[in-house]
Design a protein around this ligand. Structure first.
Ligand code: HEC
Length: 226
């Protein structure tokens, strides 16, 4: 919810926008109002009346979207890196500190910046060479080009945020890379034209693991789909 634009082409302006449009997205309903009986059946009518009731019908797709946005806004995951930034010099170990230095010095942070280490800008994926040659992607997605049809947007994607990145494999917009070490190598080669040795990759991976936060209290994982 801290990202100004959502999804890899940045075509959703807010959490509520994303929630509302996903009702009728490719895996959703035909009509957004079909969410209303589902919410009623799931027992949300009273809670919605409390939160939104003002003489008007509270169970609506718009209020569903606002609720999801508000809930997701609670899912913040403070991590060791935040404790380090707040002044606790021991919050990162020596390897993580080396990884952080490298992250800054070779230019990862030029794109992956701010509180989320990314998520607030767009960049071409494939500055030094075509991304699909490095990722082994089966298809070639055009990024923002697919919606804008402007050649300057070809292969431009949202710079992924890196919070909890050690927990969110597989990597890149198409999930083409299975492991974090491999994703780091792809980024170095494709975005920076750099080849990293084993120790450098391990240092960067260790630093990125310091972005894994505590699971927030109001979150419970859905049952795993087999
Ligand atoms: C020029 C901008 C740029 C630079 C420099 C850059 N990245 Fe990225 N990074 C991106 C973009 C854009 C994506 C999203 C690509 C996609 O969605 O397919 C990304 C994605 C990633 C991902 C996968 C995120 C996910 O959720 O799947 C990781 C990990 C990553 N970068 C780490 C790094 C590291 C480490 C470096 C430095 C070696 C680096 N990046 C340098 C722009 C950059």
């Amino acid at each position: 919810m801290l990202q100004p634009k959502l999804r890899w082409t940045g075509d959703r302006d807010s959490g509520a926008d994303q929630a509302k449009k996903s009702i009728t997205g490719s895996m959703g309903f035909v009509d957004a109002s079909e969410i209303v009986p589902v919410l009623r059946e799931a027992g949300y009518a009273d809670a919605f009346a409390k939160a939104f009731g003002n003489g008007v019908e509270p169970v609506t797709p718009e209020n569903y979207a606002k609720s999801l946005e508000a809930y997701q806004g609670t899912l913040l995951t403070p991590a060791a890196f935040d404790r380090y930034l707040a002044g606790d010099g021991d919050a990162l170990d020596a390897r993580q500190k080396r990884g952080l230095s490298l992250f800054l010095s070779i230019g990862c942070a030029d794109c992956h910046d701010g509180a989320l280490l990314g998520g607030r800008s767009f960049s071409k994926f494939g500055i030094e060479k075509p991304y699909w040659e490095a990722t082994g992607s089966k298809g070639r997605d055009g990024g923002i080009f697919e919606t804008s049809q402007d050649e300057r947007d070809r292969d431009r994607f949202r710079v992924a945020m890196l919070r909890n990145i050690a927990k969110t494999a597989p990597y890149f917009h198409d999930g083409s890379v299975a492991g974090l070490d491999a994703a780091i190598r792809v980024m170095a080669a494709v975005q920076l034209g750099a080849t990293l040795d084993e120790a450098e990759v391990a240092d960067l991976a260790a630093f990125l693991a310091s972005l894994t936060g505590e699971v927030p209290a109001p979150f419970s994982a859905p049952d795993q789909v087999p």
